[in-house]
Design a protein around this ligand. Structure first.
Ligand SMILES: *Cc1c(COP(=O)(O)O)cnc(C)c1O
Length: 360
């Protein structure tokens, strides 16, 4: 009933040049292959490669580009992805424009002669802004650009970008797909075969594939994905409504709230609003720092998507690698607090927030 772990680096050949389908674990491993088949199916793709981290997936995809290429991305993407794009990729002369992805005119304006791709991350992090995936795909196709979507925040249970015409999906399986905060991993899923083969080639050439042990754990996590997502969404909705009504809270960012500005878009491309939210606390940075020290059920930690609730301050933690100016441009305030709502009892979660806010 469970896929065995194949902890082997190499496989016996049947005859010179003739394998049983596996020769060397960097190139392929039965445990990892089982996970890849699973994730390809969940996202509706033709090819998947499971990588050792989410950033390994993003980095591998970057090797599709060559010096002089240009990519358009949102201005409030995941901090680690931003660092790779804005800093590391500069040495390879691959350049990026960071735009407001909620504004199709801004995307169109950013297209240059050497633009090769548009990077989509929706909902964004930590402000939960949505990008209209269909609209971006339309722009990309007009200019013959690739579209790549980081689907980590939703998982395929809540959103399937390939169904909307996106070419490549990446994941940090560290988050919802594994769901138990005991693995770092990633995945690349491609819609068409040729691009999938190129990405599989790159994963092997770069050596970014994940270990059989990690593949086993993610496979186990995926078995409960649908049910975990349901619990995350229910709890996040309850927590968001509680925070929105609290007098010490300035603003809540959660797509499930009735006054959320992109509610129609959320309904068009997502099955539910997800398990992530953030809010601005009254009193700014100092108030935020006091608050996160007072919660007991919400652990002060980066990362997200596990069954346990986590809380953090983007300015000094998850988004510290962005410059203060880049954060300000993205609208991330010093008093912004990001919450990954777990699957604990909603009453317990709200009791904990109540005591922490009341002491503040
Ligand atoms: C965590 C995360 C990543 C990076 O994944 P790692 O597994 O930490 O390398 C990329 N994108 C998003 C949206 C993430 O949340």
């Amino acid at each position: 009933m469970t896929t065995p772990i194949y902890p082997t680096s190499t496989f016996e050949f049947v005859a010179p040049g003739k394998t049983t389908g596996f020769d060397y674990t960097r190139s392929g491993n039965p445990t990892r292959s089982a996970l890849e088949a699973n994730l390809a199916e969940l996202e509706g793709g033709t090819m998947c490669r499971a990588t050792c981290t989410g950033m390994a997936a993003v980095s591998t995809v970057m090797f599709l580009f060559t010096a002089g290429d240009h990519v358009i991305a949102g201005n409030d993407i995941y901090g680690g992805t931003y660092r790779l794009f804005a800093d590391v990729m500069r040495a390879f002369n691959v350049t990026f424009s960071f735009v407001d992805m909620g504004d199709p005119a801004a995307i169109r304006k950013a297209v240059r002669q050497r633009t090769r791709a548009i990077w989509i991350e929706t909902p964004s992090n930590p402000l939960l802004r949505l990008t209209d995936i269909r609209e971006v795909v339309k722009i990309a196709r007009r200019h013959k650009l690739l579209t790549i979507a980081d689907n980590t925040f939703c998982s395929p249970v809540l959103q399937r970008p390939l169904d909307f015409g996106v070419d490549v999906v990446v994941h940090s399986t560290t988050k919802y797909l594994n769901g138990h905060s005991d693995v770092v991993g990633g995945a690349i899923i491609a819609r068409n075969k040729a691009l999938g083969e190129r990405l599989a080639y790159l994963t092997n050439a770069l050596g970014t594939a994940c270990s059989p042990f990690d593949a086993f754990l993610v496979l186990r996590g995926v078995k409960t994905l649908t049910h975990r997502m349901k619990a995350h969404v229910e709890n996040a909705q309850a927590v968001a409504e509680f925070l929105a009504a609290h007098k010490r809270v300035e603003k809540v960012y959660y797509p499930g709230l009735s006054d959320y500005p992109q509610r129609d878009l959320m309904r068009r491309q997502m099955k539910a609003a997800g398990g992530m939210l953030s809010f601005d606390i009254k009193g700014g940075r100092k108030a935020a720092e006091r608050f996160v020290m007072r919660t007991k059920l919400f652990t002060l930690a980066e990362s997200l998507g596990g069954v346990e609730s986590l809380i953090e301050i983007p300015e000094s933690m998850s988004h510290a690698s962005m410059s203060a100016r880049a954060r300000a441009e993205a609208g991330i305030k010093p008093g912004n607090i990001r919450v990954s709502v777990g699957i604990e009892s909603a009453t317990d979660l709200i009791d904990d927030l109540t005591q922490a806010l009341d002491q503040n």
